[in-house]
Design a protein around this ligand. Structure first.
Ligand code: DAH
Length: 334
């Protein structure tokens, strides 16, 4: 019996895992284990020795069981610790990089323009990109043989349908829907059959219209100077040059002092010191006739600008096509 006990205690010295321990359990307590066969051998002993020997075996069994339980809970504990340690998170490791998207420079410029006018009380009007000739040209007083109607500029969709070449048709649609006073801007996409460093077949414009009693050219100047000063800085010089558009009379082209050379003359302003930024004018009474506004009672001004052009100036971009190629190296810079 002592030999069994000694061999058990020597065996447990080499137990390092739960697996080792279950081997030990089988060896001593299993069906064919040392203690079980010891029990079986009881029958070969003289009857009077059996009780005391049986008790010894049971005592040893209890001892071995207790020892195995103790070892088992110890091993379980340390194996759990081991597992927790190996699974622990190292929060000092660098995280996985998720690239963020950013607003496209055209949308950003568009939002900036829209925000300035919304703060000045303009609402936002929308119109279709596939537009009737009537709204794109006729009601804007374009004569039948006007060069803008030419195949070279306009994408024709059907006999009387075009891809709008400007946002000005929204003036007419917006006025048809309501009576004066009217004060809205119309941002959106426009299309022209044209492509080079400064022209793409699709680009963006923001149109503006204000109609009320006693609206004058001074009001137009005030609104546009305020806008340009917010967009390009309060010190920016602004000038109005006489021009021509069929739907405004008188018409003007609006320039700002060149933001690159401060008026000295450079490559961007072609030596003139000025950059052309918008078209504008007083709404031609002929346009009012199309929407049946009383030209005696009401007057208005309109203006229109190209978003790409403004973004190119603001961000010093010399090729308009960069906006549409979606090269991530370009877009990342904004
Ligand atoms: N629609 C003109 C264009 O695309 C721009 C323009 C000029 C709009 C004068 C206006 C305006 O409202 O008054 O070239």
């Amino acid at each position: 019996m002592t030999a069994i006990k000694d061999s058990f205690f020597s065996d447990i010295k080499s137990v390092n895992s739960l697996n080792d321990l279950s081997g030990l359990k089988v060896k001593y307590l299993g069906k064919k284990g040392v203690l079980t066969s010891e029990m079986k051998s009881l029958s070969s002993l003289p009857a009077d020795e059996r009780p005391s020997y049986g008790k010894k075996i049971n005592d040893l069994k209890t001892l071995i069981e207790a020892e195995i339980d103790r070892l088992e809970s110890g091993l379980k504990n340390s194996e759990m610790k081991q597992q927790l340690l190996s699974e622990s998170l190292d929060i000092t490791l660098p995280g996985k990089y998720t690239p963020f998207g950013a607003e496209h420079p055209i949308n950003r410029t568009l939002t900036e323009i829209v925000d300035i006018f919304v703060k000045m009380g303009f609402s936002i009007e929308e119109g279709p990109e596939v537009e009737l000739d009537y709204y794109n040209f006729e009601a804007l007083n374009f004569p039948k043989n006007h060069p803008a109607r030419d195949m070279q500029d306009t994408f024709f969709v059907g006999d009387n349908t075009v891809l709008r070449t400007h946002t000005s048709p929204v003036q007419v649609r917006g006025m048809e829907k309501r009576r004066p006073p009217v004060r809205f801007i119309a941002p959106g996409k426009v299309y022209r059959c044209d492509a080079d460093m400064t022209h793409t077949p699709l680009f963006h414009q923001v149109e503006g219209l204000m109609v009320d009693r006693h609206v004058t050219f001074s009001n137009l100047k005030g609104i546009l100077v305020t806008f340009l000063h917010q967009m390009f800085g309060p010190e920016t010089p602004v000038r109005f040059r006489p021009s021509f558009f069929p739907f405004t009379e008188p018409s003007a082209e609006v320039d700002i002092g060149c933001i690159f050379c401060k008026g000295a003359g450079c490559r961007v302003c072609k030596g003139s010191g000025w950059l052309e930024i918008l078209g504008a004018g007083m709404v031609n009474p002929r346009v009012f006739e199309y929407v049946e506004y009383d030209t005696e009672e009401f007057a208005g001004f309109a203006f229109g600008m190209g978003v790409e052009r403004i973004a190119m100036l603001k961000y010093s971009i010399d090729d308009i096509r960069l906006f549409f190629e979606n090269d991530i190296r370009f877009l990342r810079q904004f």
